[in-house]
Each structure stands twice: as C-alpha cells, then as structure tokens.
Write a protein of this length. Structure first.
Length: 454
C-alpha cells in the first residue's frame, strides 16, 4: 500500500507538527475539561493565529490548525495564560490521560485525574510518548474501547481497581493508593522490557509473555462496558457530535456560551455540562441516527502531507449510502489515523487511486486497488450489510490471489479527526456538512429517553 512516515510522536503545543495548512498545535485540556473561558480563549486563538479550524482528536485533545510559524510563540503565551501549557515538552507529552466525561460532582474521577497529572509531572519514568492512561470510574466503563495502557476503573464490587491493558482483571485499590499503584505498574512496564527504541504498549507486552508482578495480582473484575455513546441530552448535559471531529472557532464559542464547562471525548463529541438543549450549528451532529456517526475520515489532501487524496467529500457523499449497521472509513493514506480499528468498508488513498478493504483497517489487504474517486462518487457503494460491491467492479484492479499481504505498519496516535473545510475558513460558497450530505433543516433535539444509551 502507500508509504508514509511513522513519526512515533504526536504534535503538542510546545512541539507543533507541520502540516499542509500550517502548524498543528495540540492542546491537552487538564482532566479532559475546558472551562468556558478556556474554550473561548482557544476559539479566539484559532481565529488570530490559525485558520479558524479546530480538530477534536481520538485522545480527546484539541488541535488548532493552520498556525503560522511566526505566530506560534504568541499563541503559546496566550495558552499559558489560560493554564493550558506545561512546563516543558516532556511533561506535556507524558500527560496522556483520557478521562471518562460522564462524571458527576462529588465522585472521584476528576480528582484522580488531577492527582495522576501531578504525579506524572513529578516523576521521570522513561515512558514511550504514546503510553496512555484512562480514568474511567463510573458504574459502566465509558472508555472500554479507547486505547490506553493503564486503566483506573470501578470493579464489580464497587471498589476502584488498577488494571494493565490486556489483562482481564486488575488489582483492587483504595481511593488513596490508586495513583501510587498505577505508577508502580508503570515502573514495572519499563523495568520488565516494555520499552524498545522509545516505543511500547502494555497490551502487546503482556501478549508477548510478560508476567505481571505479584503486587499486581488480579483480584478485581471491572464493571461491564457501556454502550456506544450517541448525541443527545442526559443528566450530565448535552453530548454534541462534530462532523468528522472538526469544529470552526465560532461553533466552539457557541458551546462555550451554552455551558460552564466542556468535557472532551475520544468519540468526536463534546459534552456541554448541564446544558438542557441541543445547540444548532452546521458543525454539530445532534441526532443519534445521523449517518455521519458511522463514517470516519481524516484531514486528507492537501492539508495532510501524507495523504494521497481528499477524503471528506467522498466520505460525506457515501455516508447516506451505507447501511445503518455498517461503518465506513475513508483514509488519505495507509496510516489510518482517523480510525485505527476495522470498518465494514475502508477506502485508502494511494498514488493510483483508492484501495478498498472489506471488514478491516487501512493497513489490511484490499479486495480492490486503484479505484477512481470520481467513479466512486458517480456509482457509489450500495447500501446494506455485506452487500456485494458490484457497483465498483471493474472500476479498479481486482486483487489477485497470491499478490501478498499489504505491509503492516504501526498506526500513529489517532490524530486529526478533521472537517469539511480542509483547513480553510468556511465562506458562504462552501457547503455546510448538512448541505454536503443532502439534509435540510435539522431535526428537533433529542429528549432524555432518546439519550438513555449514555
């Protein structure tokens, strides 16, 4: 499949990454939450120093896109005044913590996340940059499908536990010793050879035969996982989806005016705390049955230098043509940043067109190669689960038996979930996400019953 550079690190605020539309500056909100003032500040920074587009990443971080090199230092100064900057790059890169967003006032989740952040900043552990933690202490595990290496969760006996990713059970802990046990597990990972050439993940380490220490003896089973979240209202507030995980600065300002705080999620959604109504904006996905929830697409060309093709228009067009029980991933290259997991249909940009993978990831072997995107748009994939892909037959080269597997590569950290505008500030001539997918006026907001899955 297509070649690309595996960077082994993700952009940050202090160490931005160069992309096709300028610098990508990643902001890691503390505890996965922005105050309304911080959200307004980021929106203003995006307008002043970037191109007005902001990504919500798969690690629940925000990325300000299109930042000019000469404006980066001034941007950092403003973000520092909002308490969004760490002391140095190392501290920033190791503050890789996902926090379940549905916590309520008085529970341990935000306090545990804050304590873990302070402990990581005060300790040099020699961890890989993509080594991550999850704090998910609700009655159901909201982040069960999110990538992490060490998890602080609730057990079936209503006690906290610390669990190594890849282990079915964890060690029961008290509220006071949870962070120290998590750090002890982290030290064991490093000392037992979990890091090689600056990389390594806990689940792979355990799968390769590493045995957890006696001090981490499994004696607690985590609570069941929650169902997939959907946009709508709940007791926690309004869960608002973003088309392809991208939001314009004015839309972020609307959310900041709606709630005292915004909790970021790894699902291309933002929870507006305590909000009693769903907001309206072209960037927002507010219906639980919106077809865009079944589609993932990266930034694509020309904004990403690794991408071989634009992705968003194709993804939006095909969204209405796939079945309700199907999923679609359109990736600009074989890295598959927007969705590292499998999809019913995955289209992968290459120098020769799009390769098509069925029931797999962007790194898996395609069943068709070199599909012309214009012909895909004019004769798209038929809807329905496991429907034969005959509409695309003959549009590209059918993969012949014995051609060999496509190369397997390490996927970069889920990164820009990106938007329709491809790095450009939207004007009146540019169709909105809703116009792009052929919708008219938005449906009424969901009620409590519709959001029961939260």
């Amino acid at each position: 499949m297509s070649g690309f550079e595996i960077k082994g690190w993700c952009p940050s605020a202090l160490r931005p990454m160069t992309s096709g539309d300028g610098l990508v500056v990643r902001v890691r909100p503390r505890g996965g939450r922005l105050s309304a003032a911080q959200a307004r500040g980021i929106a203003a920074c995006s307008n002043r120093y970037g191109n007005g587009l902001i990504d919500l990443t798969g690690r629940a971080n925000l990325q300000i896109r299109g930042v000019r090199v000469e404006g980066h230092r001034a941007l950092i100064d403003v973000l520092a005044s909002l308490n969004l900057i760490d002391a140095d790059v190392e501290t920033e890169s190791h503050r890789n913590i996902l926090v379940a967003p549905f916590w309520r006032e008085g529970d341990a989740t935000p306090q545990l996340a804050a304590e873990l952040e302070r402990a990581l900043a005060a300790t040099s552990l020699g961890l890989p940059e993509k080594f991550g933690f999850v704090v998910d202490c609700g009655a159901r595990r909201a982040l069960a499908q999110a990538a992490a290496d060490i998890r602080i969760e609730r057990g079936t006996e209503d006690r906290l536990l610390v669990r190594a990713d890849g282990a079915p059970q964890g060690r029961a802990v008290t509220r006071s010793d949870a962070i120290e046990v998590a750090l002890a597990l982290t030290r064991w990972f490093v000392m037992s050879g979990g890091v090689t050439a600056g990389r390594g993940r806990m689940a792979a380490h355990i799968a390769c035969g590493a045995t957890l220490p006696d001090a981490m003896a499994a004696n607690a089973k985590p609570v069941p996982a929650a169902g997939p979240p959907r946009p709508g209202l709940s007791a926690a507030g309004a869960l608002v989806g973003l088309a392809f995980g991208q939001i314009h600065s004015d839309a972020l300002g609307i959310l900041a005016d709606l709630a005292p705080g915004l909790r970021l999620t790894p699902w291309r959604m933002i929870l507006a705390e305590g909000a009693c109504e769903m907001p309206r904006h072209d960037d927002f996905v507010t219906r639980a049955d919106d077809p865009l929830l079944r589609v993932a697409a990266c930034t694509g060309a020309p904004c990403c230098p690794e991408a071989h093709a634009p992705t968003r228009k194709l993804a939006a067009t095909l969204a209405l043509r796939i079945g309700a029980d199907q999923s679609l991933h359109v990736s600009g290259c074989a890295k598959g940043c927007a969705h590292p997991g499998p999809s019913t249909i995955t289209l992968v940009g290459t120098v020769n067109g799009f390769d098509l993978v069925r029931q797999g990831t962007a790194r898996d072997r395609p069943v068709y190669r070199g599909l012309d995107p214009a012909k895909i748009l004019s004769d798209p994939i038929a809807s329905g689960a496991l429907e034969p892909l005959s509409p695309l037959a003959g549009r590209g080269r059918r993969e012949a038996p014995g051609d060999g597997d496509s190369p397997r590569v390490e996927c970069a950290e889920t990164s820009p979930s990106s938007g329709f505008a491809k790095g450009l500030r939207r004007d009146k001539s540019r169709p909105s996400p809703r116009e792009e997918r052929g919708e008219g006026e938005e449906a009424a907001p969901l009620g409590e019953a519709d959001a029961a899955s939260l």
